[in-house]
Design a protein around this ligand. Structure first.
Ligand code: CP
Ligand code: NVA
Length: 302
């Protein structure tokens, strides 16, 4: 199976991945809990069209911890960068490795890889979705609240790839979702319709206070995603009031947590005070990329 969208997993499969991720987290560093037989002898090809810190490191460390090996492949250095087709790349890599992860601009690229690979393909960020990120986010919410169902998640800022996956995951896991974005930067209608068909309740509003009111989780992301750099000035002007700061956090529940997939642009979408403050679960969220992706790699490649 491929993991191109968070909806490629069922709610039960997401629950099982999160349970397994908790287990793998608990046993990391415990010599009695050695995980190196899980993917012994298997390799993952990780193709990156864009930069990465967390995704690259979590994939490489996860593969090592599970006894396998990850190859970091910049698309610029692959023949893909000189015009070899995505389909041929997928077919050839499938003869060498047991899984392909890809970070791409256009979501159609991971779909094309998925169509032609004979090994599992994992989307590690496209313009449409970031499913591995959302698994880490759900893991963090569960750690903090002991449940997902019934939580209210408020997304403040750009209705982007990470927001899309959050909306879909919220719908699947019985969470309430509110998005506050400036007009023109709302999540795709297609994603909102898909969430609705999954039973989701997603409110999209212009006012950040309205979205955050009563929220258990307040989440944000950069205003300028990779690929949006040419629009930076326009975006900075549009997003000014969509900052997660201490004033905004006063409208969330008192026990609310703050999430950010990172990298953060401190002083833009989030203040230092919130990012480094007591409500921030951001570093746990980041660490959980490792544990949750291990559970994904095991499910798809073991
Ligand atoms: N959150 C995330 O995907 O981070 P990187 O861009 O550093 O991989
Ligand atoms: N929305 C951001 C997420 C980075 C992990 C981007 O696509 O650049």
């Amino acid at each position: 199976m491929n993991l191109l969208s968070i909806t490629d997993l069922s709610p039960d499969e997401i629950g099982a991945i999160l349970d397994r991720a908790d287990e793998l987290k608990a046993r990391r560093g415990d010599p009695a809990g050695d995980s190196r037989s899980i993917l012994a002898g298997k390799s993952l090809a990780a193709i990156f069209e864009k930069p990465s810190t967390r995704t690259r490191v979590s994939l490489e460390v996860a593969m090592t911890d599970l006894g396998g090996h990850a190859l970091y492949l910049s698309s610029k250095d692959l023949q893909l960068g000189r015009g070899e087709t995505i389909a041929d790349t997928a077919r050839v890599l499938s003869r060498f490795v047991s899984g392909i992860a890809a970070r791409v601009y256009d979501h159609a690229t991971v779909e094309e890889l998925g169509r032609h690979a004979t090994v599992p393909v994992i989307n590690v960020l496209s313009n449409a979705e970031h499913p591995c990120q959302i698994l880490a986010d759900l893991m963090t919410m569960r750690e903090r609240f002991g449940r997902l169902e019934g939580l209210k998640v408020a997304w403040v800022g750009d209705g982007n790839n990470v927001c899309n996956s959050t909306i879909l995951a919220a719908a699947m896991m019985g969470m309430e979702m509110a998005v506050a974005s400036p007009p023109g930067y709302w999540p795709d209608r297609k994603i909102l319709d898909q969430a609705e068909s999954l039973g989701g309740r997603t409110a999209v509003v212009a006012d950040p206070v309205e979205a955050v009111r009563g929220a258990d989780v307040v989440e944000t992301d950069t205003w300028i995603s990779m690929g949006d750099e040419a629009e930076a000035a326009k975006r900075l002007a549009a997003f000014g009031r969509y900052q997660v700061n201490a004033d905004l956090m006063r409208h969330a529940k008192s026990a609310a947590i703050v999430l950010h997939c990172l990298p953060a642009h401190r002083g833009q979408e989030i203040t230092d005070e919130v990012m480094d403050g007591p409500k921030s679960a951001i570093l746990d969220q980041s660490e959980n990329r490792l544990h949750s992706v291990k559970a994904v790699l095991e499910k798809l490649m073991a």
